[in-house]
Design a binder for this molecule. Sequence first.
Ligand SMILES: [Zn+2]
Ligand SMILES: [Zn+2]
Length: 355
Amino acid sequence: MTEVFEGSCLCGTIKYQTRSRPKAVSHCHCNQCRKSHGAAFASYGSVLRIDLHVSQGRACLESYQSSDSVLRQFCQTCGASLFWSNTQGKYSDWISIALGTLDTKFTSGKQKHVEVASHAPWYEICDDWTQSDQALGIRKHPSMGGLGETRTYPWQGCSVYRTLGNAPLALQKLTQLCSIIANDPVRMRILRMVKEQQLPDCWVAAGFVRSAIWDEFHQRHTSTLPEDVDVIWFDRAQATAVVDAHYEAALRSMDSTVKWSVKNQARMHLRNADLPYTSATDAMTYWPETATAIAVRLTESGIEVAAPFGLDDLFDLIVRPTARFQFEKRQEYLNRLRLKNWLATWPDLKILAAD
Ligand SMILES: [Zn+2]
Ligand SMILES: [Zn+2]
């Protein structure tokens, strides 16, 4: 039996039906769709043109050509947006239906947000559907971010271990990481000072953890701190540089010998031209190397570790660029390697994608 989906405009003058289920359900955040719908985004599902039949009020269907090849169709009487189509390109046989005009019950288990870079600043995308943007050329999959996708492992040796996606849980490495940190009085003192700030989703990340492990595996007896101690936290309600500066000053007043860097990751996507991050752990997946995207913190129950890409690269002394730094930001990665000159301090490192 063929499924038939029916829809109509606001005033009921135009009625349509389609013999196939709308596919490629997408919420478009582009400026034109926002204007055309007077809303935060336009929700469309596409069907083959030959499957769409306007059964009533065809004469009232008005068209507006919003760009060279894009046609937006709406009801002349009530103004309801109905169809979107592109007369050029590989999808010219398809037409997109504004899903809000469907009268038949319709559900879709797969949806995506598109053109998210131009999203309305007053609206925040909070669901887990895939997000993409053509101009930025980036995609964010649910499996890569969102607290809902964070796997946490309550575990005695280190109270919680957070990872994302399919990164394997490596208990032995976890134990070792926690014990290296726990046996380093300098690092423990720093973790205690950070804990006192009581910031939400707050961690000490990057070189603070990375150098501790690299030093250990190079038999360097004491591990010096990296130049900057990166304190990261996440709170959308306090995402300003002023607030970060306030906490930096608070930490400096506790120990002025440490070069504190406090950054609320809820604002850092702007600097990095990324999509908004969903948590401190998610933010780290946009950092340059997998071994850098590891953070620790102190809680009442002990040391917690966040490692969205797992611990393997760090423990195998591998410097591996994350996906974006392999291609789009490759030059930035290469410049960074040159600047850091890690091999001078840790000769056993295996630096990948450096030529
Ligand atoms: Zn109408
Ligand atoms: Zn659009």
